[in-house]
Ligand binder design. Structure first.
Ligand SMILES: [Zn+2]
Length: 426
């Protein structure tokens, strides 16, 4: 009896109606792999006939066994199978036959529920679905099916939204309606709230209109990048929310403009091409963090220099680059020192020699002035959602891409912990 219990524990089975034969364990080759085979039978006295509904009496008689070959989780890294002989009964009232059933396995299914659970648990880790299939000795499509079964577990509460939200997008699967999909999370905890297939305005408006007006009006702050439709969306759907443009995106905007200015100069000035190309990072760095006392030899320069000397040399080459550089540095400093007044002064002061790229960037800053002020005045950023987007990229890469958006979404939510696999949920 204790051996029976141990075997049930070993296979992680709970049903004590499963009884193992005396010589229940053997080794064999199944599908070309060395495998462990457990043999047992399932029997109990049924309450009645499931076909006609009559209660158990002498007219329900034993009627042989039916063999089911079940896949169970691997043991000692060997594929394991349970050959389960299920007791069959015949009902003489209705002349039908039926088999004993167990909670360990679903009807018409040959993969035990604990194998399915183990697959779901592995699907929460950052490993490819093919590897999950190999680890659990099942086919890739079984893994797919189990992950897909979690789609129905995605439940979004339409009557509540957190006070602070982050909006962002990520490159979606090919079959998705829009090229980019939209995700949004709680800005304080970083918890994903939902993922929407299409980030275009009309689809997001339709999506958010499903939330109650009360939930939407309680949202206080929303952090976004500088994607215009989000602003329109927030103004129409979130009447009381402050729009905050993410600091990182603001700096990135001027950063890119400066880089383009440098490249256009680089392509004109063949003499300094190498220097402009090699030391691009120094131009983009915060000027205060540059080294100004350590002289050393730098490639492309003949004499000893400091990092500040190099930057000064590069900016002295061209007045447009110089002014764009100064503009960039001032914007960075105003944002990092949280000085809205200084920020206004910088973008309102007319500079005659800014590059065309920087002028465009400045116009964007002027346009988003109010939202950038909000970002300077509060500590909310998009950092958490950018982290989620990185995770999404990793998920996509480990699986070499996804075809179905809903499947991809289920996997993202499993890995990020929003859906938790439970034994009964399959
Ligand atoms: Zn019957």
């Amino acid at each position: 009896m204790s051996q029976l219990n141990n075997t049930l524990k070993l296979l992680n089975l709970k049903d004590e109606n499963i009884i193992f034969y005396d010589n229940y364990l053997s080794e064999g080759v199944i599908k070309g792999k060395r495998s462990l085979i457990f043999e047992g039978y399932l029997t109990y006295t049924p309450e009645g006939c499931p076909c006609c509904g009559c209660v158990f009496d002498k007219n329900i008689v034993k009627h042989g066994y039916k063999l089911s070959k079940l896949t169970v989780p691997k043991i000692s890294n060997l594929a394991s199978y349970l050959y389960l002989y299920k007791q069959r009964y015949k009902c003489r009232h209705c002349n039908h036959t039926f088999s004993c059933t167990t909670n360990e396995i679903d009807k018409y299914c040959y993969i035990s529920n604990n194998t399915k659970h183990s697959i779901a648990l592995e699907a929460t880790k950052k490993i490819s679905e093919k590897d999950i299939a190999i680890n659990n000795n099942v086919s890739h499509s079984t893994v797919n099916r189990i992950i897909d079964s979690y789609q129905s577990h995605i439940k979004v509460c339409r009557n509540y939204l957190p006070k602070n939200l982050c909006f962002d997008e990520f490159k979606s699967v090919k079959s998705a309606v829009g090229a980019m999909s939209f995700n949004f999370c709680n800005a304080d905890t970083g918890e994903i709230i939902d993922i929407v297939e299409d980030r275009r305005l009309y689809s997001l408006t339709r999506y958010f209109s499903r939330y109650s007006k009360d939930a939407r009006s309680k949202v206080k702050n929303i952090v976004i990048d500088m994607y215009k439709p989000y602003i329109v969306l927030i103004k129409t759907m979130f009447p009381n929310a402050n729009i905050i443009t993410d600091k990182f995106h603001t700096v990135q905007l001027v950063n890119r403009a400066l880089n383009k200015t440098r490249i256009s100069l680089m392509n004109k000035d063949k003499l300094n091409y190498n220097k402009l190309k090699r030391y691009w990072k120094l131009l983009l760095r915060d000027r205060d963090s540059l080294n100004h006392y350590k002289f050393q030899k730098y490639t492309c320069f003949n004499h000893l220099m400091t990092e500040v000397d190099i930057v000064d040399y590069l900016t002295s080459l061209d007045i447009t680059l110089n002014e764009s550089y100064l503009f960039y540095q001032r914007v960075r400093q105003a944002i990092s020192s949280k000085d809205t007044q200084a920020f206004d002064n910088i973008i309102d002061t007319h500079c005659s020699n800014l590059s065309s790229y920087m002028i465009t960037a400045r116009n964007t800053l002027i346009e988003h002035r109010k939202y950038i002020h909000n970002s300077i005045n509060c500590n909310l950023t998009n950092a958490r959602i950018e982290g989620i987007n990185n995770l999404i990229k990793v998920i996509k890469r480990i699986s070499f891409g996804y075809r179905s958006f809903l499947h991809f979404k289920a996997r993202i939510l499993l890995i990020s912990g929003l859906i938790k696999p439970t034994y009964n949920s399959i």
